[in-house]
Write a protein that binds this ligand. Structure first.
Ligand code: DGL
Length: 265
């Protein structure tokens, strides 16, 4: 690859920005196209057939328009379902985002791990298989959150979200004896890319301290390995932000940290 590579980062909405910021930090030499399929948000409320029928042809259009060198599916709800379909149809390399169950279970000392994702992600056979293969004897609690992705999206857009609304989605993650650190949840997998947007509030509202597992840094390392060495001399390339609804977003400066300080066109 002799020119600056183009990386297309795809999510149902703004959650994939939490993956984008890690990838941009790892690969400042790349050009970025971030696509939010907000016209179909939230994916967690759609059936598996609807998501496959939406994402596979849409990705074909996006690849045709932007000619990426690599695509990151920065969405657990989509990755746990469509990655195999995409790889069967398109030759561009895809990097997915799937629940980090293996590292979480390896990390947990109390052997109690919760997986916080959309209702779609926790229902998937893909997620169930990860637990069968990698729970390593841990008790894994699946928590399908109906609203947390939408709440995160609204918070990034500047809306005030009450603690109670967040806590209602978060509470089922905390199981076991609250008074015994050895017999209660100590690790929570952030299995939706929207949730790290709320990390400070999740940490503050948690009934007891836990470790939050966000796979974004591991995804960035995988992207960088696949792309190969940096292009010498190029410090930064450009960035684009696309909403499938064609809406004009009012996010302004809130976006630039996710793009490594670039202002997306
Ligand atoms: N960001 C998506 C994920 O990682 C989900 C949000 C949605 O329901 O669309 O699962």
């Amino acid at each position: 690859m002799t020119n600056s590579p183009t990386i297309l980062v795809f999510d149902s909405g703004l959650g994939g920005l939490t993956v984008l910021r890690e990838v941009v930090a790892a690969r400042p030499d790349a050009h970025y196209v971030y696509v939010a399929d907000d016209a179909f948000f939230p994916y967690g409320h759609h059936s598996e057939d609807e998501i496959i029928a939406r994402v596979v042809p849409l990705m074909g259009e996006l690849i045709g328009t932007h000619d990426p060198d690599l695509v990151v599916i920065a969405c657990n709800t989509a990755s746990t379902l469509v990655l195999s379909h995409l790889r069967a149809v398109y030759s561009v390399p895809f990097v997915g985002t799937v629940p980090a169950i293996k590292p979480a279970c390896a990390h947990s000392k109390s052997r109690r791990v919760s997986v916080l994702g959309t209702k779609g992600t926790v229902k998937r056979e893909y997620t169930r298989a990860l637990i069968r293969d990698f729970a390593q004897g841990c008790e894994v609690t699946l928590v399908g959150s109906p609203e947390l992705a939408s709440l995160a999206e609204r918070a990034l857009g500047g809306d005030t979200i009450s603690d109670g609304a967040i806590l209602a989605e978060l509470s089922p993650c905390f199981v076991g004896d609250p008074a015994d650190a050895g017999a209660r949840t100590d690790t929570v997998v952030l299995a939706c890319t929207h949730y790290p947007l709320l990390l400070e509030r999740l940490t503050r509202l948690a009934p007891w301290p836990v470790d939050w597992i966000d796979p974004a840094p591991a995804i960035a390392r995988r992207v960088s390995d696949l792309l190969g060495s940096h292009i010498g001399g190029i410090v930064q390339s450009g960035a684009e932000m696309i909403f499938t609804s064609n809406r004009v977003h009012g996010l302004g400066a809130a976006l630039t940290p996710f793009f490594g300080g670039r202002v997306p066109a």
